[in-house]
Design a protein around this ligand. Structure first.
Ligand code: ASP
Length: 324
């Protein structure tokens, strides 16, 4: 299902906790540059290695955290193999791919789009909403019209692979709002740049075979993403309904504000989810990065991975989790 993650799991073996990944030569050069001015950091959900490489390339050339998270999020959006983001994402139950994304910068500005069809780079569209409109959220047809006026190409986002998966699903058409952690590559990405500024982005095609119009947590500021430059940033992945009910990312940043380490804040936010009973075996994974550059991650169940870049080194981690 997920070739990139399968590849690394085979390569590295499961359950090791932390893995150092191979850095391509171009990034190695950028890494030695960046070591002259440390402090830059990236954390992203899942094994989104190519995404963090793209983000690191921006940071290591003194680019902004905002440019870095956008560059990172665009990578899975363009990847047809990634079935939970952008082009190649699994469609809703009517066979249509609909995307959600948001972005937030160090000035506390935010932009978000949801229920967007035929536009691949919704993270960039969310950034345009933030920078070019007086609004935070644009949805559906309005967001699509805005994309057109901004020159975003209209594309068919349904790949053959996703169409086949949908057709298989149609045979039983069982509607279960449940997210299997092993099969998700939705990206939430946080970065701190050389000026110590924080930004974050999140982009997804949402739950596979969802009801038409369903929106999860990923484009919801405060749930799927929150950034406060003085404090820290948080984002997540998993069952959006659960995250939305507890306003996940904002609650993590607020706990960091009160002096908690990002790791403990992520754990506490996951523990809060446990009062939700009615979704059965759902998964949620949170990641956080505070203004001091400290990171945290925690998930409800086994299987969540996150990826970190510091001083140019890329490391993949198995997250700690609540239910053992
Ligand atoms: N959080 C996303 C949603 O509920 C899905 C995911 O993380 O894969 O739409």
């Amino acid at each position: 299902m997920n070739t990139r993650r399968d590849f690394f799991q085979k390569l590295l073996g499961a359950g090791l906790g932390m893995y150092s990944l191979q850095i391509p030569e171009t990034l190695r050069l950028l890494q030695s540059e960046s070591l002259k001015s440390p402090g830059r950091k990236i954390i992203a959900t899942w094994n989104n290695q190519k995404a963090v490489e793209a983000a690191w390339k921006v940071l290591s050339q003194n680019g902004s955290a905002l440019d870095a998270v956008e560059a990172g999020a665009r990578v899975p959006e363009a990847d047809p193999e990634d079935t939970s983001v952008g082009y190649g994402g699994f469609p809703d139950r009517d066979g249509e791919v609909t995307l959600d994304a948001c972005i937030m910068d160090h000035l506390g500005r935010s932009g978000s789009v949801m229920f967007v069809r035929n536009i691949k780079h919704v993270v960039s569209l969310a950034r345009r909403v933030m920078e070019k409109t007086p609004h935070v959220y644009l949805a559906g047809e309005g967001a699509e019209r805005f994309a057109e006026s901004e020159g975003f190409p209209k594309e068919n986002l349904l790949t053959e692979k996703a169409r086949k998966a949908w057709e298989e699903w149609l045979i039983k058409a069982e509607y279960k709002p449940k997210i299997n952690a092993e099969r998700h590559d939705t990206i939430g990405i946080l970065a701190q740049d050389h000026l110590k500024n924080l930004s974050g982005a999140c982009t997804t095609s949402g739950m596979a075979f969802k009801m038409k119009g369903r929106v999860g947590d990923s484009p919801i500021i405060g749930s799927g993403l929150f950034v406060d430059n003085e404090v820290g940033a948080a984002t997540g992945t998993g069952l959006g309904e659960a995250v939305n009910r507890k306003v996940g990312a904002f609650s993590i940043v607020e706990m960091i504000r009160q002096g908690m380490h990002p790791q403990k804040a992520c754990r506490k936010a996951i523990e809060r989810l446990c009062s939700i009973q009615d979704y059965g075996e759902f998964q949620v994974g949170y990641i956080a990065l505070d203004h001091k550059g400290q990171i945290g991650a925690y998930s409800l169940r086994k299987g969540f991975q996150y990826i970190v870049v510091e001083e140019g080194k890329i490391k993949l981690f198995d997250s700690d989790y609540h239910f053992h």
